[in-house]
Structure formats: structure tokens, C-alpha cells
Design a protein around this ligand. Structure first.
Ligand code: SF4
Length: 942
């Protein structure tokens, strides 16, 4: 130890300043302390006071420094100078970039605003970007939910007014049993890790349901390696068992659900399957005391959940009775579903019994008096300490909506939603479908759209159809192909625009969505569509504007690039109007702010939209005198009011910053957030923290802080009448009916009680030719492709392999090392490396998502392992199903919501000659930012 360089430095000075902001290395939005020295980022740690992570920082979060200094960062606006895909660009000024964008966008706004398709990816500013799109007047706007997890979101909202994800959480302190379905490790990372840690410390049990035992499933006490696409059947079999055993919380069902609503059971009646309603439109129940009908919300009544009543010759039965009759059918008995699910009947029975045991034998009570929505006072809160969490694994199937609905019904039957120990909503949820907007697509030249783009249809009258039945939106959302497509269908935009079906567009404008690579089903085809020219020699999709912070694959295919900042250089609001950081006991929101100044000619995308909005004279983006209204996104965050007194940030409102939730704009609001550590939190009173949909105290608190303008109590939907209305139209009722070729699909899939059906791709695929299911997951240390250019995270996973179960490994004669396979689907073939994994469903293969990269992207060397050994399963997937032989091509999506059915993929594998590279190997693009250095050292230069 002679050299000073090697001498130990026990307490080196880390930094000369700490700035608190919000992490953006995944969707969790943890609070971070960014240590700076001479204006450069030295170190990132967790903010101990922050409600989301309480100081915990994950590998992704601490690697943010390498994200910020990544060589792949875009440096300035660029215009394409070579052919699309070549990667040849010229850096230009912002003024020139805006002028180009204006020259494309102004004429179409004045003549046909629908010719702009504006879609954003995994950003968290959708309340702002949707406002911009509304002001422009195009109906073609959405974010990425359609290819992510709209099934989960929509099933949650329709069934119980809220969903999993960041919109709710288990009661980590009291839950005794947590069951997780299809949960990937990259989303909801720190909060789940902290929660699972708490549960384990308290002696709670975790059951993981997933074909793959990795991540949270690896630390679960029990792993159920289910066959992909059969979760719904497994759940309905457990419901069968609970009904048989009488392990149902009837009191909860009577009070808080539509279990007692009377349903018309006369199949010759035009109202068949709809609720019996009074003259005010209120659903009726049978009052158990009088035996007569009464409005469901009348005081002092208890609905009968069994029996029937006849009125005007029609028999009506409570919804719960229909539910019980349906799921007690032997078709749902464990022994009749077990083989399909890849489980044993004993396992299904034992799991149902365990749920029932914990829910009912370990009932808990909190001595907290509360008042319900009918004014009835209760001296305690009863809890059932069973909770659930689920994610994309059950959502990204073509039967995903009904599977998610089935899971919520299971939770509700156990009485474990919004009770101590169960699943709890985070503000601004719960919020029933009736309280959400309805979708709008009324476009007129030179005018804003007639309302918000997205929403929750309650019947055929809310679909976005022209008089001839054609789609109003480019992605065909809210049509009979997918009536409840609440998040739009970003994955269909490029192929529909290319086909000119339902119409051609002029400009594709996208933000932060890698559609030319891992965000598209059918990657190679999407690249072809973006580069194909028509007979006049012009690109079929004439203009493509793209904004990203990094040189992702999609950059090379755009005509104009608006370079975004890194997350440490930007303003953001994590807003109650969007996807906030609330807890079950508190409303909370937070900001990002430029903790370092950009050293490139880049601009936060939202600030660029403020500039562009003003240049285009968009209403809301210019003052009366025509000057620009919002100087930048920070100005919008502080001064915009969605409703009087309610803006993007709920904290520190009013001229003095002392108002919570509602209050006049505060010009110093962002400074107040910075002083407070980057966030604001407002705790829900103790007597309002549970039973939120029915708790008067919660409803009053929600009105006070601006979540609602008036109390909005409601009941959960076991039986979903809006689905029945769609089905009824398919049966030939009403003025708006599906076209002939879709009638059977609507009838079969829009069932008001969840029905399990075989995933659509499986139903049309030769299972002997393609015997395996193929899945992807995101690694815990990366979030989508965001980790790909990160020098630290690349070292953890720079190559992905296809994991295959031991039986298949042996059957194919794979050996000790350098094992390669061809993987073939009905759509294509890839070559990749394989590895053995025994903690895997025996009919399933899988790999990490988005590790494989295209040559020339992300400032990686052309021979980088991500490009030569990494691979994408996307090449095997198509946004259309294999032909059924009926002359039509059907979407590879959930027929209820349009969710991309990534996980329905079927493949076969064969041993391939050893050695790479992976196939297909697409043509390299030129990197517009050059190639990063071979080594990036964390040292003095940082
Ligand atoms: S969990 Fe996500 S938000 Fe939190 S520190 Fe990790 S990467 Fe950042």
C-alpha cells in the first residue's frame, strides 16, 4: 500500500450539493437525492423521507448516473438527410425543427386534423399530451396502454373502480396472504419489494402464479407454474370451490356490490340480461325484509341474493344467483380444468381452501368507527387479510380482460377489497366507470376535438363509429372489434396508417415509444412499413416526427427528431390528474426539476409541445394577443387549471402556498416542492382510510382536496351490465349493432360474467406444429429497453438466452455449452442461444425482453453483444392472427379492449448449429451520435 491512489479513503467527500428529485429509471417514481460536485452528478441515493421508497434505492435507480451520461443521448434537433433507416441525419436548430414541424402540421390542422396520429410511450405526462392533442383536434391520440396492460386497467375500473399497478396496493402491514399473478419484477419494483419484506417479517405467506419462477416468484413461499393463458380458468375453478364451500362474504356482497341487482332472465325479452330499474333508472333489488323490490341505494334495506321475482310476466333473479349458478357448474370443477391449466385438481382445491381459511378464520377488526354512504354508523372495520396483485402476465393475452375481471370477482367474493388486510385503492381511485369520461372523436378542420380522446364506454352509443360503421380513429379503438379499448391501440397505428385503413394519415408523431423495435409486434414488418414508398416515390406514411432522449432504433426511421432531456435535466409533474405517487393512506404527488443543466441543445418534450402549440395557434396554448401562453412545461405545471382551483400539482396551492388540493395557482409552487424534498403528501383521516367507495368520510375528504366535485359512492360490479348491452346489440337489438362477421365474437367475449375462452391465437394455431408457449419478461434491473445503453446495467444482462425446461432440453440433445436453437412461430423464425431452466412450466420457453439491439442504435458498437447475441421474440409475433380460412385477418388482440396479445405466442424449437450471430440480423443503421467509448469509468470525470 505505497501508492496514494490505493490508500484507503474511509470517508471521502461525496458531493458539494444534494438535490432532491424523482427517479425515472422505472415507473415507481421513487424519491432520490442526487449528489453533485461542480455541477456534475456524482452519486444517487434514495430519499429517506419519500413516501414511495422511504430511502430504498434499487440497482436501476443508482445506475441513473450512467443513464444521464449515456453516450447515446441525442445532442440537438435533427432532420433526416439519407433514406429512412439509414441513420443519416443533420443537426439543425430548434427554430428550423419547429418550422419543419409547422409546415407539416399547420395545413392538416386546417383541413383534416385526423391526418395527425400523435401517440406517446411510457411517459408520465399524458394529461398534458392529451390536452395538446385535443387542442390540435385530432382524434388519433393515445399512450402505450394498449400494448401494455389495458386489460388490467379496464377490468379493474369496470369491476371495482380501480386497478392494481400504481393505483392500489395490498395492505402490507396487515395482509397475511398475498397471491401474485404474472407479476414482472421491473414494474412496481421498490414498493413491492418493501411490501414483500414487511409481509415476510410479519410471517405472512406469498403465493406466486407464473409459468416462470423468477423474481418475486422465486421468493414466494409457494409457486404455481401455470400454463400461459389459463389463469382465468384457474381463478374460476377457485371461485367454484369457494361457492361450494360457502366461503363467500355475503354481508360484503349485500352492502357493497351489485350482487343483489335483479337481472331479466327471459331470453325472449328485449331487455334480457339487463337490470330491472325504477322510473329514475335506479337498479332494483329484493328487500329481504319485505320481499318487495326497492332501489339498491335505499336506506335500511338488505338485498336478497337468492330467489327470484316476477314482474309483468318476466322473471328476475339477483346477479349473485346467476353468478353462483354459472360457476357451480361442473365445467369449473378443479378436476375438469386442472390439466388445461397444467396443475392438479388437489392444488387448485388447496389454494382455494387456503384463501378461504385466511380470509375467514384470520378475520381482523380495527376499532375505527366510520359512517357509510347511506349514513349508517359502524363501530369497527372488518378485514379479510388476503390480498392480490397482478400484472402483464395475465393481462397480455386475448382473454386477459375476462381473466382480470375474474380475479377481481374472486377478491370481491372474499370481501377483501378496501378492507383492512386486503387490497386498497390509492387516490384518486376508487372511481367507477360512470365517473370517467367517454371517448370522443369529433374532429373538425381548424377546431379542437369535441372532448377527451379516451374513456370508458357504457354501451354501443359510446363507440367511435361513423354512420357506415367504419372506425373514426386510426387505431380502430372503440369499435366492435374492441369496444372497451380504454387506452387506445398504439400497436395498430403504423400498420393501419400504412394500409390506409380506415384512412391515410399525413404525419405520425411519436414520443418515447420504440416502435421500430421492441414496442412493436412484428418488428421487421413495421420497419418495412416505415420505409416503403408508394408509386410516386414518397413514403407511404409521408412524415414521421419522433422525440426521444436517446438514439433508439426508432430514431433512424423518423424524418425529424426533437431531442428530449434526461430525467435529471427536466421538469415533470407526477400528477393526481395522471399517474400520481399516492399511498393507500395519503394523496401525494411529486416533481422532477433540472437538478443539472443540459449540456446539449435539447429540450423537455413537453416544453417543445408548448412552443409548437403556440406556433400552431392551438387554443389553450396562446394568449388572447396570440403570444405563447406557456413559456415551458414548468410554466404549464404551475399555471394551468384543469378545473377552477385544480391543477397538475395538488400541493402548495394558493398565493401563499398553504392550500392543499384546491387553490389558486401559486407562482412559487415548484420552489415549494423543491424545499419539501420534491413531493407533497396529504394524509387521509384515519376513519376514511378504508372502505373508500362507501365511506362518507373518505368521499368528503376527496371532495375537499379536489379529487371529486361531489361525493360519488358506488357499488362494485360483479355483473357488468355495459358488457351485456354490447352482447345484446350483437343479438340484434338497438340501432347500433356489430357487422355480421363480428356478431359471434361480441356474443362470445362480451359476457357480463367472466367467461374463460382459449386464447385466440391458440384456437387457430396447429398445436402439434407449435407445441410451446413463448413469453418475455423484463429483468428487475432494467425497465423495458431503458437500461440498454446503461454501462452498469449492460454488465448485468448484456445477452439474453431463451430459457427452456429440462424435458425439452434433454429431448433436443442440448449439451454443456454454446447451445443455439431455431425458434419458429406461424409468423417467422429466429436463431438464438438457449439455456436450461427447470423452474419453468414444462410447455413454456421464455427470455428477457429488449436486451437484443439493432446494429447502429444506442451508440453501441456494431459488434456489441446485444446486437450479435441478443435477440427479440418480437420477430415471431404478428399484430394479426394466422389466417382462419374465412378470408379475413383478425387482430391478435383482446376482443374486449384491443390489448396486444403478446403472450399468446406459440412456437416450436429445433437445435441449430452452434455459434452466432442471432437471426434475423437486420441491416445496420448509421449512429447519429457516433459510438460510445469502449470503457466508461466512474471516476474523476464524473
Ligand atoms: S424502483 Fe424504479 S423508481 Fe425506484 S429507484 Fe428503482 S428504478 Fe428508480
Amino acid at each position: 500500500m505505497t501508492s496514494n491512489k490505493l490508500a484507503a479513503r474511509p470517508s471521502p467527500k461525496v458531493s458539494d450539493e444534494v438535490r432532491k428529485t424523482t427517479c425515472y429509471m422505472c415507473a415507481c417514481r421513487c424519491g432520490i437525492d442526487v449528489h453533485l460536485e461542480n455541477g456534475r452528478v456524482k452519486y444517487i441515493e434514495g430519499n429517506r423521507d419519500h413516501p414511495v421508497n422511504q430511502g430504498v434505492l434499487c440497482a436501476k435507480g443508482s445506475a441513473g448516473i450512467m443513464q444521464h451520461y449515456a453516450p447515446s443521448r441525442l445532442r440537438a434537433p435533427m432532420k433526416r438527410v439519407g433514406p429512412r433507416g439509414s441513420g443519416e441525419f443533420e443537426e439543425i436548430s430548434w427554430d428550423e425543427a419547429y418550422s419543419i414541424a409547422e409546415s407539416w402540421l399547420k395545413p392538416i390542422r386546417e383541413t383534416a386534423p385526423e391526418k395527425l396520429a400523435f401517440f406517446t410511450g411510457r411517459d408520465q405526462s399524458q394529461s398534458f399530451t392529451s390536452l395538446w392533442a385535443q387542442a390540435f383536434g385530432t382524434p388519433n391520440y393515445a399512450a402505450h396502454g394498449g400494448f401494455c396492460s389495458v386489460n388490467m386497467a379496464a377490468a379493474g375500473i369496470y369491476t371495482m373502480g380501480g386497478a392494481f399497478w400504481e393505483f392500489g396496493q395490498p395492505d402490507w402491514d396487515r395482509s397475511r396472504l398475498l397471491m401474485i399473478f404474472g407479476v414482472a419484477e421491473d414494474h412496481d419494483s421498490n414498493p413491492i419489494k418493501i411490501g414483500i419484506g414487511k409481509m415476510k417479517a410479519n410471517g405472512g405467506k406469498i403465493i406466486g402464479v407464473n409459468p416462470i419462477r423468477s423474481g418475486y416468484n422465486a421468493v414466494a413461499d409457494d409457486w404455481i407454474g401455470i400454463t400461459p393463458g389459463t389463469d382465468g380458468l384457474f381463478i374460476l375453478a377457485m371461485i367454484h370451490e369457494l361457492l361450494k364451500a360457502g366461503k363467500i362474504d355475503l354481508n360484503y356482497l349485500c352492502r357493497y356490490t351489485n350482487a343483489g341487482f335483479l337481472v331479466n332472465t327471459d331470453d325472449s325479452s328485449p331487455e334480457f340480461g339487463l337490470f330491472l330499474r325504477d322510473t329514475d333508472g335506479k337498479a332494483l333489488i329484493i328487500d329481504r325484509t319485505t320481499g318487495k323490490t326497492a332501489a339498491f341505494d335505499a336506506k335500511g334495506i338488505t338485498p336478497d341474493l337468492a330467489g327470484q321475482i316476477r314482474k309483468a310476466g318476466i322473471t328476475y333473479k339477483p346477479a349473485f344467483q346467476l353468478l353462483a349458478e354459472k360457476y357451480l357448474d361442473p365445467a369449473y370443477a378443479p378436476e375438469n380444468v386442472a390439466e388445461k391449466c397444467g396443475l392438479t385438481a388437489e392444488k387448485i382445491r388447496a389454494t382455494a381452501a387456503e384463501l378461504a381459511r385466511v380470509a375467514f378464520d384470520e378475520e381482523i377488526t380495527l376499532d375505527i368507527p366510520w359512517t357509510d354512504w347511506k349514513g349508517e354508523k359502524h363501530d369497527k372495520m372488518t378485514g379479510r387479510p388476503v390480498s392480490f396483485h397482478a400484472m402483464r402476465g395475465i393481462s397480455a393475452h386475448s382473454n386477459g380482460f375476462q381473466t382480470c375481471r375474474a380475479l377481481h370477482i374472486l377478491q370481491i367474493l372474499l370481501g377483501s377489497v378496501e378492507v383492512p388486510g386486503g387490497f386498497r385503492f390509492k387516490p384518486p381511485y376508487p372511481k367507477p366507470p360512470e365517473s370517467h369520461p367517454k371517448p370522443h372523436a369529433g374532429a373538425q378542420p381548424g377546431k379542437p376535438l369535441d372532448g377527451p380522446h379516451l374513456g370508458y364506454p357504457l354501451g354501443p352509443e359510446h363507440l367511435l363509429l361513423n354512420d357506415d360503421g367504419s372506425a373514426k380513429r386510426i387505431d380502430k379503438a372503440f369499435t366492435w372489434e374492441n369496444p372497451f379499448s380504454a387506452h387506445g391501440m398504439m400497436h395498430m397505428v403504423i400498420s393501419n396508417a400504412y394500409a390506409g385503413d380506415p384512412y391515410k394519415i399525413d404525419t405520425l408523431f411519436m414520443y418515447m415509444a420504440n416502435m421500430a423495435w421492441n414496442s412493436s409486434m412484428n418488428t421487421s414488418e413495421v420497419i418495412r412499413m416505415l420505409t416503403d414508398k408508394d408509386e410516386s416515390g414518397e413514403y407511404v406514411i409521408p412524415h414521421f416526427i419522433y422525440s426521444d432522449a436517446y438514439s433508439s432504433e426508432t430514431v433512424a426511421y423518423a424524418d425529424l427528431i426533437l431531442p428530449d432531456t434526461t430525467y435529471l435535466e427536466r421538469h415533470d409533474c407526477i400528477s393526481l390528474l395522471d399517474r400520481p405517487i399516492c399511498e393507500a393512506e395519503a394523496a401525494a404527488d411529486s416533481i422532477r426539476w433540472p437538478v443539472v443543466d443540459p449540456d446539449r441543445d435539447v429540450k423537455g418534450f413537453q416544453s417543445a409541445l408548448c412552443d409548437l402549440g403556440a406556433r400552431l395557434d392551438l387554443p389553450g396554448f396562446v394568449n388572447k394577443d396570440g403570444s405563447q401562453k406557456f413559456a415551458d412545461y414548468a410554466d404549464y405545471i404551475v399555471s394551468h387549471e384543469r378545473r377552477p382551483g385544480v391543477g397538475p400539482l395538488a400541493g402548495f396551492r394558493g398565493p401563499d402556498g398553504d392550500k392543499n388540493g384546491r387553490g389558486e395557482p401559486n407562482p412559487n409552487q415548484i420552489e415549494k416542492y423543491i424545499e419539501n424534498g420534491g413531493f407533497w403528501i396529504n394524509h387521509i383521516p384515519e376513519n376514511a382510510q378504508f372502505m373508500k367507495p362507501w365511506n362518507q368520510n373518505y368521499q368528503d375528504w376527496a371532495v375537499e382536496i379536489g379529487i371529486f366535485d361531489a361525493p360519488a359512492p358506488y357499488v362494485f360490479n360483479l355483473y357488468l351490465e355495459p358488457m351485456r348491452k354490447m352482447q345484446r346489440a350483437a343479438e340484434g337489438h338497438g340501432e347500433i349493432q356489430p357487422p355480421e362477421h363480428l356478431r359471434d365474437q361480441v356474443k362470445a367475449t362480451m359476457t357480463p360474467l367472466p367467461e374463460w375462452y382459449e386464447p385466440l391465437e391458440e384456437a387457430v394455431t396447429d398445436k402439434d406444429a407449435y407445441p410451446l408457449h413463448a413469453l418475455t419478461q423484463r429483468p428487475m434491473h432494467m425497465y423495458h429497453s431503458w437500461g440498454s445503453q446503461n454501462a452498469w446495467l449492460r454488465q448485468i444482462t448484456g445477452v439474453n438466452k431463451l430459457y427452456i425446461p429440462g424435458t425439452l432440453w434433454d429431448a433436443n440433445g442440448f449439451g454443456e455449452d454454446d447451445n443455439w436453437a431455431y425458434v419458429t412461430s406461424p409468423h417467422g423464425r429466429i436463431k438464438c442461444q438457449v439455456a436450461r431452466m427447470d423452474a419453468l412450466n414444462e410447455n413454456t420457453v421464455w427470455t428477457w425482453n429488449a436486451i437484443g439491439k439493432k446494429r447502429g442504435a444506442w451508440a453501441l458498437a456494431e459488434d456489441a453483444q446485444e446486437a450479435t447475441k441478443g435477440f427479440l421474440l418480437n420477430h415471431l409475433i404478428n399484430e394479426l392472427l394466422p389466417p382462419k380460412g374465412d378470408g379475413r385477418r383478425w387482430a391478435n388482440s383482446d376482443p374486449v379492449t384491443g390489448q396486444a396479445a403478446w403472450f399468446d405466442l406459440r412456437v416450436r424449437i429445433e437445435k441449430a448449429p452452434p455459434g452466432g450471430p442471432t437471426e434475423p440480423m437486420l441491416m445496420a443503421s448509421k449512429s447519429p451520435v457516433g459510438v460510445g467509448p469502449k470503457n466508461i469509468a466512474y471516476g474523476e470525470e464524473f
